[in-house]
Design a protein around this ligand. Structure first.
Ligand SMILES: [Zn+2]
Length: 445
């Protein structure tokens, strides 16, 4: 697509003045946004026009914490908390032991399709088998920060192997326009040893990238760091120089309040995962204190084994309701701020705020279009747009999606992936996984 003018019923820009244009126009050239303005500004233009008058167009959502192959385990973690070591081991790890690499691509395809269908244009993934993940994400057309998972847990041979593979992976993705390789230690201290962490930092430095971790899911790192170093996990991270690197940390449920100013000074993002802490029966992260301290925050779905959806609109809604409930205050986190966490907040987390996260000239054309003729919008004069996006509609209102100027979804139809085939292949992969576990055939056999 060389140049196009999208004519939209409503354009939500998330520019610095939070302009809403009704109706609005977006001029896109070679995948880049040239102009966003009220439609009158384009009068007399001879640009090819795409009429989306019955759509609300906004920046694509950024899902800041996923494990795409784990859709294979959807439905297997009911009644378990994946935020404790025991729950994760019983619900997930015992299945992962039987996972074969060839089971990964259909799971990733289903995950990508579900994100496309519900409005996520960019995601931050963390898992192993990246060699199987990359080709599928590449084909999907999505933008992604793909972190090579490193699970050590005392197995130094496994971590040494993973570090070597991570280096090759980072080299492979160097210079890619949509995909960026990241380093993915599962967790610091409770999992990866200081020596391994230092090697991971060195890789991140050399390839000018970041680290994607889990932090403070039930206080284990803090306990270890207090015992071994006499300080909290965050202060130990600071003393090791970890906080100088771009870091995205999922959960952050039990970060001590006195550590939040340290995190606010760092290129650090706390990824809030509302479905995870609510369904696991865990504690809520200190979001109010994080926002007050100036910590960057984003939203993620985590693996969908106990979410069980990639629809980030659902997680925005859940977050808004839970925070009001916890603070005994209606609208505790304003709807616009929640949408900003899921767009610009995610873009900042990945260091992509100059490229994506808002609809502004010079940025890449990553956008979604929601159907204004669907249920939930009326009466339009009474509803604030951001409130409607968080509380009235869902990801299933998304009909069109563009990444880098390429349509991945048009009028509700996938253009890059075959969802029915991917689902059939996922069913077959799951049947094979279940069969292997029943026979006790572990991956190494
Ligand atoms: Zn996770």
């Amino acid at each position: 697509m060389a140049a196009v003018l999208i004519r939209a019923g409503i354009v939500v820009t998330f520019d610095s003045d939070h302009h809403l244009h009704r109706p609005g126009g977006i001029h896109i050239q070679d995948g880049q946004i040239v102009q966003v303005a009220p439609i009158g500004a384009f009068e007399g233009s001879n640009l090819q026009t795409l009429d989306l008058s019955d759509r609300l167009v906004m920046p694509g959502l950024v899902n800041a914490h996923t494990h795409t192959p784990m859709v294979l385990f959807r439905g297997l973690a009911e009644g378990q908390s994946l935020l404790t070591h025991e729950g994760w081991y019983n619900a997930i790890r015992l299945w992962e032991l039987y996972l074969k690499p060839e089971m990964v691509p259909p799971a990733v395809a289903v995950s990508c399709a579900e994100m496309i269908r519900t409005g996520t244009t960019c995601f931050a993934d963390q898992y192993f088998h990246m060699d199987r993940i990359v080709p599928v994400v590449e084909k999907s057309g999505l933008r992604a920060a793909l972190a090579f998972g490193i699970v050590e847990m005392g197995d130094t041979e496994a971590s040494a192997r993973a570090l070597t593979e991570t280096e090759a992976f980072l080299q492979q993705l160097r210079g890619h326009t949509r995909l960026k390789g990241w380093v993915g230690p599962h967790a610091f201290f409770a999992d990866n040893r200081p020596e391994t962490i230092r090697a991971e930092l060195e890789l991140a430095d050399r390839f000018e990238t970041g680290l994607h971790i889990h932090l403070s899911t039930h206080g284990e790192e803090d306990k270890i760091c207090q015992e071994q170093y006499g300080r909290s996990a965050v202060q130990q991270m600071k003393s090791m120089g970890i906080l100088k690197r771009r870091l995205i940390a999922a959960h952050c449920l039990t970060v001590p309040p006195e550590d939040l100013p340290t995190l606010a000074e760092a290129p650090f993002t706390a990824v809030i995962v509302p479905s995870s802490f609510t369904r696991s029966g865990a504690v809520a992260p200190p979001l109010r204190a994080m926002l007050t301290a100036g910590v960057n925050t984003a939203i993620g779905t985590d693996n969908v084994a106990n979410n069980n959806s990639y629809d980030l609109f659902r997680d925005m809604r859940l977050l808004g309701k839970v925070m009001s409930f916890l603070e005994h205050k209606p609208g505790a986190i304003p709807a616009r701020q929640i949408v900003e966490m899921a767009t610009l907040g995610g873009a900042r987390a990945l260091g992509l705020e100059k490229q994506i996260g808002s609809l502004e000239p010079g940025k890449r054309a990553d956008l979604i279009a929601l159907d204004l003729s669907e249920i939930g919008w009326a009466p339009s004069a009474a509803q604030d747009i951001y409130t409607a996006l968080v509380y009235s509609v869902s990801g299933m209102h998304v009909r069109d999606m563009m990444v880098d100027g390429q349509w991945l979804l048009r009028a509700g139809q996938f253009t890059t992936l075959d969802y029915a085939t991917a689902c059939a292949e996922l069913e077959a992969a799951f049947a094979a996984l279940r069969g292997r576990r029943a026979k006790g055939e572990q991956a190494a056999e």
